[in-house]
Design a protein around this ligand. Structure first.
Ligand SMILES: Cc1cc2nc3c(=O)[nH]c(=O)nc-3n(C[C@H](O)[C@H](O)[C@H](O)COP(=O)(O)OP(=O)(O)OC[C@H]3O[C@@H](n4cnc5c(N)ncnc54)[C@H](O)[C@@H]3O)c2cc1C
Ligand SMILES: *[C@@H]1O[C@H](CO)[C@@H](O)[C@H](O)[C@H]1NC(C)=O
Length: 508
């Protein structure tokens, strides 16, 4: 079990690794080192510049509505307070104290609102439940939520001012009004990174800002060490001592051939976690989200204004159930003119031989920067996105999609995180992952409760985050399907560049 005197190595400098390091160092841990093969010092978590972790992104949704999952709602609200403190701390900083590329004008959480939208005229059960729980447990937040097509909520939202009234009505004409949902004005976007704009040199006035850059900065101030980049930050394997009666992890070996000893190794490698811990492949699985971008040219100031976060909220849209379901959403425009859209109704996998155990096949991320790079997305998700996004925003169809990304989730068997000692290693190996598509918002707070698990101080998260694996015969979020499942990428058709254009009327 760990203590402040332990030499701790954390593999992975995404949200889970950073937050853990921050809370350990601030909690008195004297020797915490993060290893990551991405050189965040140079690339600032920029997804267009060699970073392919889920945390390296231009923006993420912050929401606090979690239905009956009150532990997640409470964690999100606790995180929100710190996000707003971080905004304030950045604002009050001397520019020279801030890490490149942050400036005092930047904020990490922008409360532009989230519109939860769904197909059909009646409010769906999920949204009813979300609203009900908020009303009972956090009434001041419920006051910031406005149900679509409700006269009383329309009056309430109008009192917030004309921009909120505009956001409330933003989706009225979609599908001739046959949609339902609510606008959540207490939520918004966290800024994960700023994309290197295509017109970078003309836009040098742009503020580059970044939540992970800031978290790394305060980690450094708290004494956390970083070993970044290839080969020195790239972990080849764990060093396992099997000489005694039980196995122990005694450190890590990096791709430059060096060995680093530690009392405790924390693996926070997101979707690559089972590459280092083969045992974890029945506990977490890398699955793929389709992300598309529309880059609005600088001469379209009309569109840049229309999608600006002052005038436009984050949105999510749900339609149908099961295999043909739609679950996706989009963001307001960034200062560089980039609008991001995501789709994840079907969670695709990519089974490959495990790097150290040839006979084992695990789902492994494939990105623009992996050994077998990919620069497109599955046609299936793209067609669905064109159908919904073309209907919502016909004004964007003439531009079409200008870029894409595969962003890899780390799904657990039940979408709760996996934060515990790995069994069989005498408390020398700890896993900290399982973000399951909703981990980013917790960046400021997660480590507080990771530390409890490390020190075996039980809290409300202990039973939820404990080590667990697929149970035979049970539906386990798709992990039960394994390599022969129907969602493997080898079974998919990939989009070609002409598929990025919209032809709204073409049949699917
Ligand atoms: C498309 C998409 C949309 C999402 N949207 C939201 C959202 O709107 N709101 C929200 O709250 N959450 C969202 N999430 C979830 C959130 O992004 C994740 O939960 C979170 O970023 C996971 O962080 P992580 O640290 O576990 O993993 P990652 O960010 O993937 O980090 C893992 C790190 O490990 C490093 N690494 C891996 N293997 C090695 C090795 N062998 N040696 C050295 N380094 C290694 C990688 O370089 C990487 O930096 C989304 C996720 C995706 C994929
Ligand atoms: C700190 O930890 C690292 C690796 O975990 C180890 O190599 C180093 O010797 C430790 N330093 C001290 C002062 O204990």
């Amino acid at each position: 079990m760990s203590s402040p005197e332990s030499n701790v190595i954390i593999v992975g400098g995404g949200v889970f690794g950073l937050s853990t390091a921050l809370w350990l160092a601030r909690g008195g841990y004297k020797n915490v080192t993060i290893f990551d093969r991405c050189d965040f010092e140079k690339n600032h978590y920029n997804p267009s510049n060699g970073c392919d972790g889920a945390s390296a992104d231009i923006n993420k949704i912050f929401r606090a509505t979690y239905g009956s999952k009150s532990h997640s709602q409470d964690l999100a609200l606790e995180a929100r307070d710190i996000w707003l403190e971080w905004n304030q701390a950045i604002k009050n900083s001397d520019p020279s104290e801030l890490p490149d590329p942050l400036t005092p004008e930047d904020e990490l959480l922008t409360l532009c609102g989230v519109f939860h939208l769904a197909d059909g005229p009646e409010l769906i059960d999920l949204y009813n439940e979300n609203l009900r729980v908020m009303g009972e447990t956090a009434p001041s937040f419920r006051d910031l939520q406005f149900v679509k097509n409700s006269d009383s909520d329309e009056r309430r939202v109008n009192s917030l001012g004309p921009n909120w009234a505009k956001k409330y009505h933003r989706f009225d004409t979609f599908r001739d009004g046959r949609t339902n949902g609510f606008l959540d004005a207490g939520s918004g976007i966290t800024l994960a990174d700023k994309v290197m704009p295509r017109f970078f040199f003309y836009l040098s006035w742009v503020n580059f800002y970044q939540a992970c850059v800031y978290a790394r900065h305060i980690c450094l101030k708290a004494g956390v060490k970083f070993i970044l980049g290839r080969p020195q930050g790239d972990i080849k394997s764990l060093i396992v001592d099997e000489s005694g009666s039980s196995k122990r992890v005694t450190g890590i070996q990096t791709q430059d051939g060096l060995r680093h000893n530690a009392d405790l190794v924390i693996v926070a490698c997101g979707p690559w976690s089972s590459s280092l811990i083969p045992d974890a492949h029945r506990s977490v699985e890398a699955t793929m989200g389709t992300v598309m971008f529309v880059d609005v040219p600088s001469d379209r100031q009309d569109l840049r204004a229309r999608f600006h976060p002052d005038n436009f909220p984050v949105w999510r849209f749900l339609e149908g159930e099961g295999d043909s379901a739609y679950e996706g959403g989009g963001f307001p425009i960034t200062k560089e003119g980039r609008i991001k859209f995501g789709f994840r109704a079907r969670k695709f996998t990519n089974f490959q031989a495990h790097p150290s155990q040839e006979s084992l096949k695990i789902s492994t991320p494939r990105t623009k920067y992996s050994p077998n790079p990919i620069n497109t997305v599955p046609l299936y998700g793209l067609k669905q996105m064109k159908r919904v996004i073309g209907g919502l925003f016909p004004e964007l169809t003439e531009i079409g999609f200008t870029d894409s990304r595969l962003c890899w989730y780390t799904d657990s068997i039940d979408n709760e995180f996996v934060i515990d000692y790995v069994p069989g290693y005498s408390d020398s190996l700890f896993i900290c992952t399982g973000g399951s598509g909703h981990g980013f918002k917790f960046l400021p707070i997660l480590g507080k409760y990771v530390k409890n698990q490390l020190e075996r101080n039980p809290d409300r998260f202990t039973p939820l985050w404990k080590w667990r694996t697929v149970e035979e015969g049970k539906k386990c979020n798709g992990l039960e399907e394994g390599e022969t499942g129907p969602r493997d990428m080898s079974k998919l058709k990939l989009a070609s560049p002409h598929d990025f254009h919209f032809r709204i009327n073409s049949p699917l």
